[in-house]
Design a protein around this ligand. Structure first.
Ligand code: HEM
Length: 435
């Protein structure tokens, strides 16, 4: 067994008796509880050895600030995410050669271009729901999330018949969310040589190629993101070009699905559970609606932030500087501080946010301790897009339907590590036309 990378001085280490697996069993069963109880026992800084990795976990204000301030060349966000989330799930050819990242799509003005696409996607979802019925909130929001994303970056054709359903089927196979919602499913992916994933990729590639061919035959150039992504590959020969357009779209879409639909679902659930807030939203308060979205994401966050040390670094924490060697994974798990960093944060209250920012009356030792979309250089490039998508979608749905919750206060899925929580049980609602 290879030696784990050194941390000097060595902080207390989370207990774990089995070699290689280390603390992994507790970590997989309920990661949030694992980090909470280990912190209560060992303090704000500790090491966790699991599955051949050494995690350096930090929860103090200083430690978390240092983590978010690290330069990519010293401790890599991209490599850590690839190593622990993507490598086991995604074929390498999907990840290399990408030219358009969400960062490139979400410049200021461009977000406004999306709004009409988002409205159209919600209209289509409402038409599909019909005047009344019942549905499961996370399933509904998952479908809506696909529609919103595809409409924004894969062209309006992709978010409607006949392409929407086959695209959803294939995209669900690729969903990296599986790696953190069902960590053991990663083993099955390994065992089958990513056969299902490669088949799904080919399915999406052929649909995107058809959409592009149809556009060309009609002489259509709507100037949307699909057009722009295609233009960025104009130096490649036909055939290769369409494949690369499709692969850019797959990666962008997978980034979106990790969080967006669950954020939509929790925001709706919290509104249904707080009728006084819902009434104000229905009276037209969009600022409050956005605050509800941020507050719902804060409470439902299950993200684990990771940075893989690339070269020896000195890491400043409260009162101690740790020497970290390459290979150490620096981490903090967001739900631990998100609900404890200041009094009152344990429960839902939209006034914790002022617009899209944590309100100044929330007295946290450091603003980095509370996170919805991350901090620093790797914070989410799709924050504005996502909050707009939630505002538009929920406003339209709530204006159209009176909804009745047929569930008891839902709880997050315990075994999830990463992203916004899925619920541990079904959350059914009944809906009918609003008077
Ligand atoms: C409510 C929805 C969303 C939430 C709560 C969310 C949350 C986050 C968080 C917390 C991070 C920082 C990760 C870290 O520091 O470890 C992040 C980064 C990122 N998010 Fe999001 N996200 C959302 C929607 C999206 C969407 C729609 C996309 C793509 C279209 C996206 C793409 C990304 C990417 C590419 C990064 C990495 C940035 C980098 O490499 O520097 N996210 N997101």
């Amino acid at each position: 067994m290879t030696a784990l990378p050194a941390i000097t001085p060595m902080p207390p280490r989370a207990p774990g008796r089995l070699p290689w697996i280390g603390s992994g069993v507790g970590l997989l069963r309920d990661p949030t509880a694992f980090f909470r109880t280990t912190r209560a026992a060992l303090g704000d800084t500790f090491a966790v050895d699991a599955f051949g990795y050494r995690l350096f976990a930090v929860f103090s204000a200083r430690g978390v600030q240092t983590l978010y301030g690290l330069a990519e060349r010293d401790a890599s966000f991209g490599l850590a995410t690839y190593e622990l989330v993507m490598k086991r799930k995604l074929p390498l050819e999907l990840v290399v050669g990408r030219r358009n990242r969400p960062h490139d799509l979400f410049g200021g003005q461009e977000v406004e271009d999306y709004l009409e696409h988002l409205e159209e996607a919600v209209r289509a979802q409402i038409a599909e729901l019909g005047p009344q019925g019942s549905c499961e909130v996370f399933a509904l929001m998952r479908r809506l999330g696909h529609r919103l994303g595809l409409a924004a970056w894969a062209g309006r054709e992709a978010s409607s018949a006949p392409y929407l359903d086959p695209l959803i089927r294939h995209l669900d196979v690729l969903d990296q969310g599986d790696s953190f919602v069902r960590p053991l499913s990663a083993l099955a992916v390994y065992a089958t040589g990513k056969y299902r994933e490669r088949r799904a990729m080919r399915g999406i590639e052929s649909i995107i190629a058809r959409i592009l061919r149809e556009r060309r035959s009609r002489g259509a150039t709507p100037g949307d993101y699909l057009d722009r992504i295609e233009a960025s590959f104009s130096d490649l020969p036909a055939g290769e070009r369409e494949i690369n357009v499709a692969r850019d779209i797959m990666l962008i879409h997978m980034g979106a699905q990790s969080n967006l639909y669950a954020a939509l679902a929790w925001t709706l659930i919290n509104l249904l559970e707080h009728p006084a807030v819902l009434r104000r939203v229905l009276d037209g308060d969009d600022v409050l609606l956005e605050q509800c979205a941020n507050e719902s994401i804060r409470i439902a966050q299950r993200s684990i932030t990771l940075r893989q040390v690339l070269r020896p670094i000195d890491f400043e924490d409260t009162g101690t500087t740790y020497a970290l060697t390459p290979g150490v994974m620096i981490t903090t798990m967001l739900p631990v501080n998100n609900t404890t960093a200041a009094p009152g944060l344990e429960s839902f209250d939209p006034t914790h946010y002022h617009g899209r920012k944590l309100a100044s009356h929330v007295r946290v030792p450091a603003r980095e301790l509370v996170s919805t979309f991350g901090h620093g250089r790797h914070s989410c490039p799709a924050q504005r897009f996502s909050i707009s998508a939630i505002r538009i979608s929920l406003r339209r749905l709530l204006e159209r339907y009176a909804m009745e919750a047929r569930f008891r206060t839902p709880t997050p899925l315990a075994r999830q590590i990463g992203g916004v929580a899925r619920a541990s049980g079904r959350c059914v609602i009944a809906y009918r036309p609003r008077d």
